[in-house]
Ligand binder design. Structure first.
Ligand code: GRF
Length: 202
């Protein structure tokens, strides 16, 4: 490899559930959309997460690091050694339900991104996850919501915003119908874009 050629960066996607955002990333990569990186590892905090099946179907290596009954420091130590063993350069939190400590995040400065299902800083922070976010949006009466892809910093949902996309809130929306539209119209679109943004930086 000449010194002008850049090494392909290894990306790990961290999940806890269904993995539709992971699927969007895998599809994006399969279409040749991912620039300068490859999804090298999928880690789930839950052994029964369907996202693991999605990864296996795409031929991507998987691992489970259980959070249940384990101290955060121990969980993070196991996760960190796994990421190091696999020479991971960038990390995507895609429906990952563990809040990582500032100490852990410091190991991958500006190289961890998260997808959040609202237009941050609105409807974000601790306690705003899953359907709770969309319930709060519906209850508030706002007419526009969306999704935000951002850098993960030491503070929940407060890192630098990379990409946002707005989604209309309809009169008859339920938290469930809104969740689906936000995923389809915003999350699955902007998360791959945000990954390319961090991969393009040294
Ligand atoms: C998404 O709504 C994402 O914004 C949030 O958790 C959900 C995960 O869905 N952080 P999936 O596992 O990617 O299907």
């Amino acid at each position: 490899m000449s010194c002008l050629q850049k090494r392909v960066k290894n990306v790990a996607v961290l999940i806890s559930g269904g993995g539709t955002n992971l699927q969007a990333l895998l599809d994006f990569e399969a279409k040749g959309g991912l620039k300068g990186g490859k999804i090298a590892l999928v880690v789930s905090s839950k052994s029964d997460a369907y996202g693991l099946v999605r990864a296996q179907n795409a031929g991507v290596k998987t691992a489970v690091v259980t959070k249940k009954g384990v101290e955060l420091s121990q969980f993070e130590a196991s996760l960190l050694s796994l990421l190091k063993e696999n020479e991971i350069d960038a990390v995507v939190l895609a429906g990952f339900l563990v809040i990582l400590s500032p100490e852990f995040v410091a190991n991958f400065k500006n190289k961890i991104i998260n997808i959040h299902p609202s237009l941050l800083p609105s409807f974000g922070g601790e306690g705003f996850y899953g359907l709770r976010v969309h319930q709060a949006v519906v209850d508030s009466g706002v007419k526009v919501t969306g999704a935000t892809a951002h850098i993960v910093s030491g503070e929940v949902d407060r890192g630098e915003i990379l990409v946002q996309k707005a989604v209309e809130v309809k009169e008859d929306d339920t938290p469930q119908s809104l969740q689906l539209r936000v995923m389809q119209e915003a999350e699955w679109v902007i998360l791959p874009e945000a990954l390319n943004l961090i991969l393009s930086k040294d």
